[in-house]
Design a protein around this ligand. Structure first.
Ligand SMILES: *Cc1c(COP(=O)(O)O)cnc(C)c1O
Length: 398
């Protein structure tokens, strides 16, 4: 295992031809500081044992691996779920937020700044800030604030300041710009905490490393349950953090087939999906290189998915590299398949999945039918409580 992680990313933060850092010089200086701190602090015995303690006693790790027997009987193969939905706050995001916030504390930072789209990253970060007694400032588009009211209230209850972003389309892209601006005004006391394996170096590496615990646990747990490794891994890909978490535990296990599932939304037409690697081309977004969905002018294109955590017109640089290497197969599930999986898993197993995670479940069900003798380990990245009102109001109960 050691070798892959030693060379990816390289010392410039490149994953093959992707990643890197293409940002203004003053911001670059701060990124260099974070990179240095990450290498010196996060590998220390004290940091590792503190993080381990937090994971066990605050987050509730290890999360179980569960054999979904009824769903498997229905589909054919053997489907297993890594239950990241049982993490505190209900998703995998807390894995990297606690890591980023702990690093902030060691660096002497007083404040965490981030953007949020649907509010999931904002809530996870506000939770981490409350735990460590740090200030927290979350930038969020006005349109999203209106749409995601419960998450706004959660962040405020947790003590975070939610900053409404009122320019442009008033959604995620503007929120990123606004959060970066705020951070640049105060780079000494504040630190920027990104929400996935995206952004300039060192974030894609740091977030992956904090998520690796998912894959390391899952590999041990699966082996203990079955005496072998899974034939297939499946995870949904927005920016790609939950997927990299699971995949990184198995990257050198050449017999394990790996699938990343992108949202196909309503159709393959531009603007109706967010399948960045399936339909996109290499380009630049938010200071790094990766597969992107762009319009004719080279601007990030409008994207759509039923799962708001998946609608990003870029993707992690490591996924971009793993696609080109052919190590991971990137496939799609559309809104209808996602909804079907959402209800099937709820009714058959008593687990309501996040709409994001339901994309992975949908593809796993398809794969199980094609390969009935094989095992499939799915990363169930989050629980679906946040989605129930939206689903029932728009699609009814199926
Ligand atoms: C945010 C989110 C995702 C998408 O983010 P990745 O970085 O691609 O993992 C997936 N599932 C859930 C439950 C989320 O909250």
């Amino acid at each position: 295992m050691g070798d892959y992680f030693k060379h990816n990313p390289d010392t410039q933060g490149m994953f093959g031809e992707y990643g890197g850092s293409f940002i203004p010089p003053d911001l670059q200086e701060e990124m260099n500081r974070i990179t240095d701190a990450y290498y010196s602090i996060s590998k220390s015995h004290q940091f590792i044992s503190e993080l381990r303690n937090i994971r066990k006693h605050f987050q509730g790790r290890p999360t179980p691996v569960y054999f979904a027997k009824t769903l498997s009987d229905e589909c054919g193969g053997r489907i297993y779920l890594k239950r990241e939905d049982l993490n505190h706050t209900g998703a995998h995001k807390l894995n990297h937020c606690m890591g980023e916030a702990l690093l902030a504390k060691y660096m002497g930072k007083k404040k965490l700044i981030a953007e949020t789209g649907a509010g999931q990253h904002g809530v996870a970060l506000a939770t981490a800030a409350a735990y460590f007694g740090l200030e927290c400032e979350i930038h969020m588009g006005e349109v999203d604030i209106a749409k995601e009211h419960p998450n706004v209230v959660r962040m405020e209850i947790l003590g975070a300041k939610v900053v409404p972003v009122t320019h442009g389309l008033k959604t995620l892209k503007e929120a990123v710009d606004s959060a970066f601006e705020a951070y640049l005004k105060d780079p000494i006391t504040a630190i920027y905490c990104i929400g996935s394996v995206v952004g300039p170096h060192p974030f894609p590496m740091m977030v992956r490393d904090f998520q690796r615990v998912v894959g390391i646990e899952a590999r041990d747990q699966f082996y203990e349950m079955t005496g072998e490794l899974p034939d297939n891994l499946v995870a949904c890909v927005g920016g790609g953090s939950n997927a990299m978490g699971l995949f990184s535990g198995f990257i050198d296990d050449k017999d394990v087939s790996i699938y990343g599932v992108e949202p196909l939304g309503k159709s393959f037409k531009p603007g109706e999906h967010a399948a960045t690697m399936t339909y996109g081309t290499p380009g630049m977004i938010h200071g790094f290189k990766c597969y992107t969905l762009q319009d004719e002018k080279g601007e990030p294109a409008p994207v759509y998915s039923i799962a708001s955590g998946l609608d990003y017109p870029g993707v992690g640089p490591e996924h971009s590299m793993l696609k080109d290497l052919g190590r991971v197969n990137y496939v799609t599930a559309d809104d209808e398949e996602c909804l079907d999986a959402f209800f099937q898993l709820s009714k058959k197993e008593g687990i309501i999945p996040a709409l994001e995670s339901a994309h992975a479940v949908a593809f796993a069900m398809k794969l199980a039918k094609e390969k009935p003798r094989q095992s499939i380990l799915v990363n169930l990245s989050g629980r679906g409580d946040k989605d129930i009102d939206f689903v029932v109001e728009n699609y009814g109960i199926r």
